[in-house]
Design a protein around this ligand. Structure first.
Ligand SMILES: Cc1cc2nc3c(=O)[nH]c(=O)nc-3n(C[C@H](O)[C@H](O)[C@H](O)COP(=O)(O)OP(=O)(O)OC[C@H]3O[C@@H](n4cnc5c(N)ncnc54)[C@H](O)[C@@H]3O)c2cc1C
Length: 448
């Protein structure tokens, strides 16, 4: 979507081909027949540092549908709350006053976190082969800091175990979310269902003479050297195009490979794809007969459920009292049946919100995404191809390509902008499409 819209803006006529009947890919919403509600595939959050995603939202006119907050409430079982968030102090110290007063961490935890943060102020070389887990051990993080900060906040932002996360990716998340500036770390959530948000892309394309083809699964693509043209085969139509962007998830790209022409470089791309691994995310959607909490969202400590989003507050047009609970990077939770997952979620939630013990659960849904994200273990950058593909006039995009970002909507938007830049350069009309990173503020400007 980000490639298509950026290219349509330059005057190219674009056909966006989507196998589903709605836009958004993994970041989409749909009518869940079991509960009769439109739900997101899972709550998706973005941050102020996601400049390309925000740039894409601005381009398609939906940036005002994002609700922003700088506050993060952590709740312990029993209900005691701690607040993380920013203050008037210059970066990187803006979060310090709230961290220091947080009950969730002991003094030893806070000192350990302070030491770790100050070491991570400087970027970690991208070729570092250390895992976050090994680094945390080397930097003597306390059990509390490990459990309540690193494993919960950082590992779930990257959706993997700490031992399976390359240190440069974790360091990037720490710097962007907690150190570079209060704005970079502010969190955004859509006030409308995700597919409604991304429907802005369809309107944008159609206003520029481009179009979206829904329910159109691309099965193969052939290159005609003589006419310099691609032909795409789908079950219903054959499509022709001078230029092609393949913006598939890595397993989709793998499925597509046998239907693409032979070319040098295909072997290397195949090898790169094989290096990637999926991590699951589960979301449990609960509707109660009464309001459970006046918080918009919270981080839930020491239990299997990690994040609470109060959808009735974030999307006030909704009826009922709707909470969404997210469990990141947990393969055991993903193994549970629907009944087990919902029962465990409600059991755990009572420890944070006692009202639930007397409230009536009206309806519930479980969404398991076994292929939610790709992991970023040490060495993964060698397996992330650039937008240049093995084929002529064909470019690669998708969150797993070489953007330097973990598996996020920002990575997807960046990859689209990079592919669009490569296309503009290839047709002799080079231009900058990639949105610049936010500049660090305060004392972080002085750090290299
Ligand atoms: C449960 C869950 C929670 C997440 N939480 C967050 C979050 O909080 N914040 C965040 O930033 N990211 C989050 N992510 C990750 C984010 O959703 C992805 O990084 C992002 O959507 C990837 O976009 P993409 O365009 O690269 O791939 P996709 O979203 O997978 O899009 C690929 C598109 O190609 C289509 N397609 C595939 N094959 C074909 C074919 N042969 N022909 C035609 N069309 C085809 C698919 O239908 C899809 O629409 C989450 C993901 C999941 C699943």
């Amino acid at each position: 979507m980000s490639a298509a819209c950026a290219l349509a803006e330059t005057g190219l006529r674009v056909q966006l081909v989507e196998r589903r009947s709605y836009l958004g890919g993994r970041a989409s919403s749909y009518l869940h027949s079991g509960v009769g509600e439109v739900i997101d595939n899972c709550q998706h959050v973005l941050f102020g540092c996601c400049t390309n995603l925000i740039g894409f939202y601005r381009r398609i006119g939906v940036a005002d549908r994002i609700h922003w907050t700088c506050e993060m409430t952590m709740i312990e079982p029993g209900g005691r709350r701690s607040q993380l968030g920013s203050s008037w102090l210059p970066a990187p110290f803006h979060g310090l006053p709230k961290l220091l007063s947080a009950h969730a961490f002991t003094l030893a935890d806070k000192l350990a976190l302070g030491r770790a943060f100050s070491t991570l102020m400087r970027p970690i070389p991208a070729d570092s082969t250390e895992s976050l887990g090994a680094w945390l051990k080397r930097h003597k993080q306390t059990e509390g800091a490990l459990k309540r900060f690193w494993r919960l906040v950082i590992a779930s932002a990257l959706n993997a175990d700490v031992d399976s996360i390359a240190l440069p990716y974790a360091a990037k998340v720490i710097r962007e979310l907690f150190m570079n500036s209060a704005g970079a770390g502010s969190m955004g959530m859509s006030t409308v269902p995700l597919s409604e948000l991304y429907a802005g892309a369809q309107a944008f394309l159609e206003q520029r003479g481009s179009k979206v083809l829904f329910n159109t699964n691309v099965e193969s693509a052939a290159w005609d050297e003589e006419n310099a043209q691609w032909t795409l085969t789908t079950r219903s139509v054959t499509l022709a195009s001078d230029l092609l962007v393949l913006a598939l998830p890595f397993e989709g790209m793998q499925r597509m490979l046998p239907g693409l022409p032979a070319a040098s470089g295909v072997g290397e791309l195949t090898r790169q794809i094989e290096e990637h691994e999926h991590w699951p995310i589960c979301s449990v959607h609960l509707w109660f007969d009464r309001e459970i909490t006046s918080l918009d969202h919270a981080v839930l400590l020491d239990r299997e459920i990690h994040w609470m989003y109060n959808k009735s507050r974030l999307q006030p047009w909704r009826r009922g009292n709707y909470l969404e609970l997210v469990v990141s990077a947990s393969r055991p939770f993903a193994e549970l049946s629907r009944e087990q997952a919902i029962a465990q979620t409600v059991r755990e939630l009572i420890e944070f919100f006692p009202t639930i013990a007397v409230a009536k659960l009206e309806k519930a849904a479980l969404v398991k995404e076994m292929r939610a994200t790709f992991g970023v273990p040490p060495g993964i950058d060698a397996a992330r191809p650039t937008s240049v593909s093995p084929w002529p006039n064909c470019y690669l995009a998708g969150d797993w390509t070489a953007t330097g970002w973990p598996s996020t909507m920002e990575s997807a938007a960046r990859s689209g902008h990079l592919a669009a830049e490569a296309i503009c350069a290839s047709i002799g009309e080079p231009r900058t499409i990639l949105d610049a990173n936010l500049k660090p503020r305060g004392l972080m400007r002085l750090v290299g």
